[in-house]
Write a protein that binds this ligand. Structure first.
Ligand code: FAD
Length: 288
């Protein structure tokens, strides 16, 4: 089997214990030599400073390519562009540009007065700066705000037309969902890479809640499999097996790069990478 490239998503730690957990996660996963790692931006823009600190600390200390997530929520255009400028000044050249959702978790999106009204607008403004590799979100199972799959794909195309370089998908559980979506995007004229987002299932109940909110399909066979695995206390084993099979099917379908949602827990992602035949190379070296 061809060896895929990998990348990893983390969230910014909120306290000292969280910082140690992120550091431990990086120690385990950095030896897989990710093409980049990314750091999320809390819902509603709640982790603005923490994201900035985590992004710059990872880049300065570990020398990894780090992509900072940035949303349109709760900030004026000037404030959002000032954050982008501070990344540029710190030598960060990769941004994941997102619309975001309402800060109160109520779903939906309300633009801030004088703020960016969509991911398309944000992407265009970042692209005009000319300093960033820009990735955007994509939705193989569609998105709750999309009227149809065709509109979902048109919207993604508009983000590429606005200057995005690559897309990363929301998580999904059936390789066909992604491969069909990728092929439909190609048919719609999208030529840029679309990286599948892989979520190793750490927490079944949490996953079901989140999937319902973001429109990701949870197939019946997966529900049945987890019901049995929970009874037998074998959830980690099942999660590893399912994600490894999904990744293998994607690679067999021509996918060259897998993006993992790690939730700052390295074990499942490490085991999946290992099962895919990727080897952890040199141990993590601190740059500074
Ligand atoms: P868009 O692509 O702009 O919109 C999503 C869909 O909604 C589109 O496919 C389109 O069909 C429809 N739509 C949007 N606007 C319109 C319109 N005007 N008319 C008709 N249809 C429309 N959230 C965070 O808060 N922080 C993060 O760090 C974060 N990281 C993420 C990383 C990835 C890889 C992904 C996939 C999502 C992430 N999210 C994050 C979640 C994201 O903010 C939500 O999914 C949000 O609802 C959509 O953001 P977007 O930029 O993908 O939106």
């Amino acid at each position: 089997m061809a060896q895929p490239r990998v990348s990893f998503e983390f969230f910014p730690p909120k306290n000292l214990a969280g910082s140690f957990r992120l550091w431990d996660t990086l120690k385990v996963l950095a030896p897989f030599e990710p093409g980049f790692v990314s750091v999320t931006y809390g819902a509603g823009g709640t982790t603005r400073a923490l994201t900035h600190e985590a992004v710059t600390a990872i880049q300065q200390n570990l020398g990894l390519n780090v992509a900072a997530h940035l949303t349109c929520v709760n900030a004026t255009r000037a404030e959002t562009l000032a954050i982008a400028e501070s990344y540029r000044a710190a030598g960060i050249t990769e941004i994941v540009a997102l619309r975001g959702d309402a800060p109160d978790g109520a779903g939906g999106f309300r633009p801030t007065k004088d703020g960016f009204a969509s991911a398309i607008e944000l992407t265009r403004a970042l692209s005009d700066i000319g300093a960033f590799k820009i990735r955007v979100g994509a939705y193989p199972d569609s998105h709750p705000d999309a009227a149809s799959m065709a509109q979902n794909i048109d919207h993604l195309k508009a983000k590429f037309d606005a200057g995005a370089d690559e897309a990363i998908t929301q998580f999904f559980f059936e390789a066909d969902s992604f491969l069909r979506f990728r092929d439909a995007c190609a048919k719609a004229g999208i030529t840029q890479p679309i990286l599948p987002g892989i979520l190793p299932i750490e927490n079944w109940a949490g996953l079901c809640t989140f999937a319902a909110r973001c429109g990701a399909q949870v197939p019946a066979w997966l529900r049945d499999a987890f019901a049995t695995a929970r009874r037998d206390d074998r959830c980690d084993l099942l999660a590893t097996a399912i994600a490894t099979e999904l990744c293998s099917d994607l690679v067999a379908g021509g996918v060259e790069h897998l993006h993992f949602y790690t939730l700052n827990r390295p074990e499942l992602t490490r085991d999946i990478c290992t099962a895919l035949g990727l080897s952890a190379r040199a141990p993590l070296a601190q740059v500074a």
